[in-house]
Ligand binder design. Structure first.
Ligand SMILES: Cc1cc2nc3c(=O)[nH]c(=O)nc-3n(C[C@H](O)[C@H](O)[C@H](O)COP(=O)(O)OP(=O)(O)OC[C@H]3O[C@@H](n4cnc5c(N)ncnc54)[C@H](O)[C@@H]3O)c2cc1C
Length: 370
């Protein structure tokens, strides 16, 4: 009985690892040509997902490389007023430590037997128990698991639902080696998160384990054509930075200095989309989904945690119902729909708060309820 997992992200790798721990081998087919083929992005805040890492026998190793101090937080208004500063004590619990996405992916990849991941295999389509890849190869499967992220192609085997634009467009930038290149900005951002919210915009900067600070500048209640209508052309990074600073007119120059300091090769667009909250589909014993493919949510800190848990829960169900994929998939989906439905509702509420005109004050109340 062959289990084919499409996508070597958080969900697909957690599933492969929990299956391996339970003596079940699976193959992971990944589109990227190699492990380091693509930058993996910034930090992940891992809380409920720690349960999945325990199931995978990786919690201790995770805690050894996760960044406790990444939980630090500074919340400001656009004029530079500091509303909240929380510094994490040395002995604080590792409730929501941050980890570099690359480090977590490496931890999961290194925990799998050699050859589990087949790189350079982009899913194209599947029919009659055979999965076909863009490189012309194919493979037989008894269970196909779509772990292929936000723009999943496997998803269409189960549902017609598609991600819809969230009304938020972000530009990502980064300042590499910030301690050496911009020590003043490094001190301003601190060891964790630095958030500024105001008038339908935000700037979120975050210290990463590799010495860079990643920055996301978001524009709320904006449409899919926002980049075009604002004349933001990503083939000219200095012009993108200048335009962003213009769009943040009135913001304190200390804050916009973060944009000016970002390096050219890090400037990238990120339009955000989500799947409908509470999406379900009729269970199918030969195909299921984990992670963003199943429940793409606003990026407020739940997605990777849910993807890890999906992988662990599906892996445990497949181990408990050996050879009965129908029973395992049905058990997994029942738990997953309920758990991720709640997380998606919570994320949508948080997103509504972030998109509101008085987001910084509402966030302050959220963190410090009176
Ligand atoms: C800016 C930002 C910040 C975030 N911060 C957090 C956070 O702090 N905490 C948190 O919990 N979540 C966070 N998230 C959400 C989190 O990143 C995702 O929910 C999580 O990565 C989903 O894991 P996944 O395994 O489903 O998909 P992914 O991690 O996206 O992995 C999908 C994999 O499938 C591969 N793939 C895609 N298509 C194909 C194909 N056709 N064939 C083969 N392979 C394919 C991809 O190359 C990739 O390796 C954030 C998201 C964003 C955008």
């Amino acid at each position: 009985m062959t289990i084919a997992i499409v996508g070597a992200g958080m969900g697909g790798l957690a599933l492969a690892r929990v299956l391996h721990v339970n003596g079940i081998e699976a193959v992971v087919y990944e589109r990227d040509a190699a492990r380091g083929a693509r930058r993996q992005g910034g930090m992940l805040d891992i809380h409920s997902g720690q349960r999945a890492l325990r199931e995978a026998g990786l919690l201790e190793r995770f805690l050894a490389i996760a960044r406790r101090e990444g939980q630090d937080m500074r919340l400001l208004e656009p004029d530079g007023t500091l509303l909240l500063q929380e510094d994490t004590p040395e002995d604080a619990p590792m409730a929501r430590p941050e980890i570099d996405r690359t480090d977590l992916r490496t931890l999961l990849l290194d925990s799998l037997p050699e050859g589990t991941v087949r790189w350079g295999h982009a899913f194209d389509h599947a029919e009659d128990g055979v999965v076909h890849f863009a490189n012309g190869s194919s493979a037989r499967y008894d269970l196909l698991v779509g772990a292929d992220g936000a723009n999943s192609r496997v998803r269409s085997l189960l549902t017609d639902a598609r991600p819809a634009h969230l009304g938020q467009n972000a530009v990502e930038l980064a300042i590499p080696d910030i301690d050496r290149t911009h020590p003043d900005l490094a001190a301003m951002v601190g060891r964790g998160n630095y958030w500024v919210f105001g008038d339908g915009k935000s700037l979120a900067a975050q210290r990463n384990g590799d010495g860079c600070v990643r920055i996301g500048v978001s524009f709320y209640n904006t449409g899919e054509d926002w980049f075009t209508t604002n004349g933001i052309r990503f083939d000219d990074p200095p012009a993108v930075r200048a335009r962003l600073i213009e769009l943040l007119a009135g913001w304190h120059p200390r804050i916009t200095a973060l944009i000016a300091a970002a390096s050219d090769d890090t400037v990238a667009p990120r339009p955000l989309a989500t799947l409908p909250v509470g999406l379900t589909w009729p269970s199918n014993p030969t195909v299921t989904l984990v992670g963003d493919a199943a429940h793409l949510m606003p990026p407020v800190g739940e997605g990777a945690n849910m993807a890890l848990l999906d992988g662990a829960v599906l892996g445990a169900a497949l181990a408990a119902h050996r050879g009965d994929f129908g029973a395992a998939v049905a058990e997994y989906e029942k738990e997953m729909f309920e758990r991720t439905g709640k997380a998606a509702r919570m994320s949508a509420d948080m997103q509504e708060l972030l998109m509101s005109p008085d987001a910084s004050r509402r966030l302050l109340e959220f963190f410090q309820p009176s």
